[in-house]
Design a protein around this ligand. Sequence first.
Ligand code: GDP
Length: 442
Amino acid sequence: MAFDSLSEKLQNVFKNLRGKGRLSEADVATALKEVKMALLEADVNFKVVKNFIKTVQERAVGQDVMSSLTPGQMVIKIVNEEMVNLMGSETTEIVFKPGNEITVIMMCGLQGAGKTTTTAKLAGKFKAKGKRPLLAACDIYRPAAIEQLKINGDKQGVPVFSMGDKHKPVNIAKAALEHAKSNNLNVVILDTAGRLHVDEDMMNELIEIKENIEVHQTILVVDSMTGQDAVNVAENFQNKIGIDGVILTKLDGDTRGGAALSIRAVTGRPILYAGMGEKLSDLEQFFPDRMASRILGMGDILTLIDKAQADFDEEKAKQLEKKLKKAEFDFNDYLDQLQQIKKMGGINDILKMMPGMGSQLKDVEVDDNAFNGVEAIIYSMTKAERANPDILNPSRKKRIAQGAGVDISEVNKIVKQFDQTKKMMKQMSGMMGSKGMKKGKF
Ligand code: GDP
């Protein structure tokens, strides 16, 4: 997972601070030196690190002290706030033209950054917001790009406009705009061509598009795994063609985090979204405060709640809450819960977003496939057994084991786990209940 190493180092610095009732200036200086090393090792731009440390230091030794916090907590609070500032404070939304007016978005970036994939991911997000997007295949140099865009557009249920690879990108863009107008579509996303490195041809092509049609948002896609290179690319694009925002891909990998922490400060442009995997649903809006709290090991409970809400079935939750209260939770509900966890991206993702869990789980990999075995066992139960686990005697368990193709000890294990889960679910019922899951209640 991204940021693991940075996160672990920062948490160690903070652990030492927390233990102290009183902090001398020397304590603060030592801690900040360690923070500085950790940031540099995470490949954060050195100028950004220098400014960051200077600001934190000034605030930490200045007047900015609250009586309710220990000096150690105060330093952690300041580091957190400054980290949020570094990434842009507020979440930046893509601005659309009102009503049926067409918003033109130009996607750009180097080859392999994830531009074509991200274009389709974005289209899905826009569609979910009620927009009517059109994808335009303007990458005429990589033949597979047009096909890839068509396949992904199809998966998202979004139309793709293409004129093959014999026309100039600017002309394809113009024609796409006309196509959108005559088909009542209100967002045009241009998937432009990337190159292996920043080069003049690529920049000129993008400038030509911008000069000939009104582009409302220019979005740069960069690969977070490339660290400072990603930052240099962003700076280059900003200087040459001007960008409105950045989408950082592959944050699901073990990137050290430097790009996420430097891009905003270096380019002055916000990170809009983060790519979190290869699937078309793996795109998350970028929240600087949540990202900072993830990096500092404070967890990201809000993103977890958002994920739960995206698939949240209020009626089911109400039923479950009732059942839990009456201790009627059965294997059918257990199955539902397993499926819910899968939808939210698997148990590993969920655990890592819990406050304090990130670093503890560093070397722990819970096998999400283990759930498949559990499901097979539950599916082998009869309706009556699922609804009333108490009737599971040895002969029934033997039959279930045979049905699921596992040893009877596996069935016993699941039944035992079920009993424990039942207890845990009771404790969590407040959180998973219909009231708690509504927005704004946390
Ligand atoms: P393009 O050349 O910039 O258009 O790049 P593509 O969209 O073809 O993506 C290059 C590779 O990166 C593909 O294998 C994608 O599946 C992969 N990719 C894109 N975004 C992400 C992401 O957020 N996470 C991961 N793990 N892979 C990604």
